[in-house]
Design a protein around this ligand. Structure first.
Ligand code: AMP
Length: 134
């Protein structure tokens, strides 16, 4: 399957690449939440986290950690958001696994989720009982 990211990887679409290895590559997001916003992208096309082999995912999160450290060192950000969107319901635009690494600065005014749900009485326990895996 082809995606915009496979075309970037093949050099058909230009990008600003800042890292590459055998399993993934990292580019700057063209529409950054904050400048320096980076995408760690799998070289193989996996549509979401569930379809990504553990070895690739583990590797990519470690690359994201290195990119985050580099951002802090070079850009001076005091925080970061590290995000994977999965499937259209989440707002995922490109069905090809990628990790967003977004530098965040004190008081920068960005907020990822504008709205939140509220649990009714006893509902949090119900969700916990249904979701618990240990
Ligand atoms: P997502 O919504 O998690 O699928 O994120 C896709 C991201 O890809 C968005 O943040 C886009 O701004 C970014 N993007 C789309 N096209 C390009 C491109 N040609 N170069 C760099 N980033 C891109």
């Amino acid at each position: 399957m082809e995606t915009i990211f496979t075309k970037i990887e093949q050099g058909i679409i230009p990008s600003t690449k800042i890292y590459e290895d055998e399993l993934c590559f990292v580019i700057l997001d063209i529409n950054p939440v904050k400048k320096g916003h980076s995408l760690v992208i799998a070289k193989e096309v996996y549509p979401n986290i569930a379809s990504t082999p553990d070895e690739t995912l583990t590797h990519m999160i470690l690359v994201a950690k290195r990119i985050e450290a580099r951002q802090r060192e070079v850009l001076g950000n005091q925080g970061s958001n590290i995000i994977i969107n999965n499937d259209p319901a989440s707002g995922q635009e490109v069905p090809h696994l990628h990790i967003h690494v977004i530098p965040r600065f004190e008081g920068d005014g960005r907020k990822h989720f504008q709205e939140h749900d509220k649990y009714s009485d006893g509902e949090m326990k119900e969700f916990g009982d249904k979701l618990r895996i240990c």
